[in-house]
Design a protein around this ligand. Structure first.
Ligand code: ACO
Length: 318
């Protein structure tokens, strides 16, 4: 049993923050950030909650799918942390939408969208659901040390959603973990347990940037090779490569190795920064809005993130 995407949506905070604004309080510059990452600005929550962004993205995806909220049989949210540790973001969204179907979160770091697609595909195959709402929503700004120029310039806040149903678009999906929590993590933060003698770490992103960079390039290449082999197709037969938007240089170096034209590797990182699991579905939303995806196009989607997780899938658009 396969699936197809029938509608997409986005929820982006109103406040856009330029590199110049960051350089007002950080030892950084627009020139450094653009040349090392491709990022020019990102949107950061000022008054919005993650539930607000999720609901906006979900409502738009439902509208484009011509479905009502009560026709959804399952809600899957991908997030590294919702507005509450519990209840899940999916439960908060269910409250906003007024649904009563099952709802839960998945956390696979930046790979969460591909993981959510796999879960959705399993529910469809088991005939446990017909219409599934996937919402990827991340408020990375709350996980940043805003005095650490190595990390805080890289990320943004935002949500993207899609509705999936039975169909034949999904041709291949593969997930994996190469476990190495030390390379990229966010500690749970400090509790006030009186039985813990030494203070725990703060709750900010720790990242070995160059290790992530190398892992990402290798993981996408390997994932693509495996997908092409499984489907017996060539790199040239992929029309669009939708890669996790972590750094433009990662996308460029993969494209250069594959010797494929630039137009096959759409990017939007310059406007949003790294939105973790929301990055691929947001890119998908924008490409559909711009009529850059047509029926029959073959899409390769590839993500990598904390874990380290990876996920790759191929869809022939319906
Ligand atoms: N502004 C100015 N200078 C900076 C900044 C900044 N914002 N950040 C770091 N620097 C400095 C460093 O301090 C260092 O200075 P030094 O040489 O005096 O020590 C210098 O720039 C070079 O730093 P590097 O870490 O070598 O820079 P690099 O070219 O590797 O770029 C980056 C760093 C952008 C993090 C890169 O390694 C990268 O993109 N890695 C991939 C990781 C990633 O994208 N993570 C996103 C989240 S993970 C995910 O989505 C799965």
């Amino acid at each position: 049993m396969s699936l197809k995407i029938v509608g997409t949506g986005k929820g982006i905070p109103a406040r856009s923050v330029t590199n110049q604004e960051l350089s007002d309080f950080l030892d950084t510059s627009d020139e450094w950030i653009v040349s090392r990452t491709g990022i020019k600005s990102r949107n950061i929550c000022s008054h919005e909650t993650l539930s607000d962004l999720s609901a906006a993205a979900a409502r738009q995806a439902l509208e484009k799918s011509h479905l009502l909220a009560n026709e959804i049989d399952l809600i899957i949210c991908s997030t590294i942390e919702g507005d509450f540790r519990t209840p899940s973001l999916a439960c908060c969204l269910s409250h906003d939408l007024g649904t009563m179907c099952p709802a839960f979160d998945v956390n696979a770091g930046c790979t969460g969208f591909i993981y959510a697609l796999e879960v959705a595909s399993s529910f469809l195959a088991a005939k446990k659901a017909n219409n599934i709402l996937i919402v990827c929503a991340e408020m990375m700004s709350t996980h940043m040390d805003w005095t650490d120029r190595n990390t805080c310039v890289l990320f943004g806040d935002g949500a993207a959603a899609c509705v999936v149903t039975n169909g034949n678009a999904l041709k291949y999906l593969d997930l994996s973990v190469t476990a190495n929590p030390a390379v990229l993590n966010i500690p749970s933060g400090t509790g006030n347990n009186p039985f813990v003698s030494k203070p725990r770490e703060n709750g900010f992103v720790n990242m070995r940037g160059q290790d992530v960079f190398k892992f990402a390039v290798g993981a996408v290449e390997t994932g693509l090779k495996q997908a092409l082999h499984a489907l017996n197709v060539s790199t040239e037969q992929i029309d669009l490569f939708l890669l996790h938007q972590a750094n433009k240089r990662i996308v460029d170096s993969i494209r250069t190795k594959l010797q494929q034209p630039e137009e096959k590797f759409p990017i939007n990182i310059e406007r949003y920064g790294n939105l973790s699991s929301a990055s691929i579905p947001l890119l998908l939303f924008e490409l559909l809005e711009e009529n850059k995806i047509k029926s029959g196009d073959t899409l390769f989607m590839s993500a990598f993130g904390a874990g380290l997780t990876t996920g790759n899938c191929v869809m022939v658009w319906e």
